[in-house]
Design a protein around this ligand. Structure first.
Ligand SMILES: Cc1cc2nc3c(=O)[nH]c(=O)nc-3n(C[C@H](O)[C@H](O)[C@H](O)COP(=O)(O)OP(=O)(O)OC[C@H]3O[C@@H](n4cnc5c(N)ncnc54)[C@H](O)[C@@H]3O)c2cc1C
Length: 376
């Protein structure tokens, strides 16, 4: 890899060894494994190479990257983690080397509606045009953030970067709402991607915007982020309407040898869509009919009635309302005994809370925050 840009920081810390150990353990939890070379630890992150070393009274980090954008992202990763584990003020982290001055967060794209179509009675597909989509065109990172201006704002302001590199969002009347969606299809080469929006009751900024979307409108894009399913010999893919775009995309990319089960809850039979799955996978559709989304145990019950393969080459992926996700996650871990590398259960939304409130709310009374599970 070419590393045309380089920057480094030396942060004075009394307990640098300890801070580095915590930081590396945290990265490992997120599947970023550092390789040791003499007294340094090297991590590959979003095309940047990051090297950490602990000295007597300081922690040193160097970032090398092929572009200004990837250098910025590596630098932000180091900045946030040293701040978190070193408990130090942002001003304590000073950089030497190549300075990158970017107007906006490098992930940000302004995207324009190219076409709108109905996938079913409760789902609309929007095709967006955008430049420079290569970072979003990945099978292992299929989620994104869509950034919505307030509906009555005709000249929206978009996120910028402050002098210290931190993203800045407009406030008050010009505030932006951010919601997580799945990139259903993408062609970076042709400069378009599609998102399937559920038009749900109690509509928030995402579903409200999708219901009125017309050609030529512009919103923002950021990301991508979040883990997704790991292909395996046997798989269970399950979820409600919000997870249908992810299930369709994951399913169509699976190798033909994969066997297993797909379980999807929608409102009515008219909400079903064709799925391109390996021939050895069966599909079970569940209909909640007149029951509001997130109020039945239909999906959770069907998942718990499924015979999970005893084979080691297996993976279970579930995207669902918070309560179902909680129940299913506990069942998979405690009753079935699946390890963290064999399953991923994500709360896609939480009944009664909007996405911002969901991320701030504890998982259980007094429990963990939801943010990291929410993917992108
Ligand atoms: C990784 C990930 C990928 C996702 N991909 C998609 C996708 O491709 N398509 C998609 O449509 N959604 C997807 N979602 C779910 C979506 O982010 C949420 O449904 C989100 O709350 C929608 O934002 P909103 O502005 O419409 O509603 P919000 O402002 O967030 O919420 C307003 C109200 O609506 C309720 N609500 C939210 N979603 C639903 C629902 N489905 N049914 C009934 N009530 C609801 C909330 O509880 C709240 O009371 C995904 C979520 C995650 C975490």
């Amino acid at each position: 890899m070419m590393t045309a840009f380089q920057t480094s920081t030396t942060v004075h810390l009394g307990n640098a060894d300890n801070v580095l150990a915590q930081l590396l353990a945290h990265l490992r939890e997120h599947d970023l494994v550092a390789v040791r070379r003499n007294n340094t630890w090297q991590v590959d992150y979003a095309d940047a190479k990051i090297t950490f070393s602990a000295r007597v009274d300081s922690l040193h980090a160097q970032v090398a990257a092929p572009t200004a954008a990837t250098l910025y992202e590596g630098k932000m990763m180091v900045f946030h983690h040293i701040q978190e584990f070193g408990h130090c003020a942002p001003e304590a982290i000073r950089w030497q080397g190549d300075q990158v001055k970017l107007e906006r967060p490098p992930a940000f794209r302004l995207i324009t509606v190219l076409a709108v179509s109905e996938v079913g009675p409760h789902m609309r597909r929007v095709r967006f045009r955008a430049d420079d989509l290569a970072r979003y065109d990945r099978e292992d990172n299929i989620h994104c953030k869509l950034i919505f201006p307030q509906p009555d704002v005709l000249d929206p302001e978009w996120p910028t970067l402050a002098a210290d590199g931190m993203p800045q969002f407009p406030k008050d009347d010009k505030r932006l709402d951010i919601r997580t969606y799945t990139i259903r299809r993408i062609s970076a080469q042709q400069g378009w991607f599609e998102v399937d929006f559920v038009l749900h009751e109690d509509a928030g900024p995402g579903s409200r915007w999708a219901a009125q979307a017309v050609m030529g409108q512009q919103i923002g894009l950021s990301g991508p982020g979040g883990r997704t399913a790991s292909p395996a010999g046997w798989m269970l893919l399950a979820g409600d309407d919000t997870a249908l775009p992810a299930i369709a995309r994951i399913g169509e990319a699976l190798p033909a040898r994969t066997t297993g089960v797909v379980i999807i809850e929608v409102q009515t039979p008219a909400d079903r869509i064709p799925l391109a799955l390996p021939p050895g996978m069966t599909v079970q559709w569940l209909y909640r009919a007149s029951a509001p989304a997130g109020t039945t145990t239909l999906l959770g019950d069907a998942i718990q009635a499924c015979a999970i393969a005893a084979d080691e080459d297996r993976f279970v992926w579930v995207g669902a309302e918070f309560s179902t996700a909680q129940t299913v996650r506990a069942w998979l871990r405690e009753t079935v005994g699946l390890g963290s590398r064999e399953q991923l259960v994500v709360a896609y939304w939480r009944r009664g809370l909007d996405e911002t409130q969901m991320k701030r709310a504890p998982a259980r009374p007094g429990g963990r925050m939801q943010g990291k599970q929410a993917g992108a």
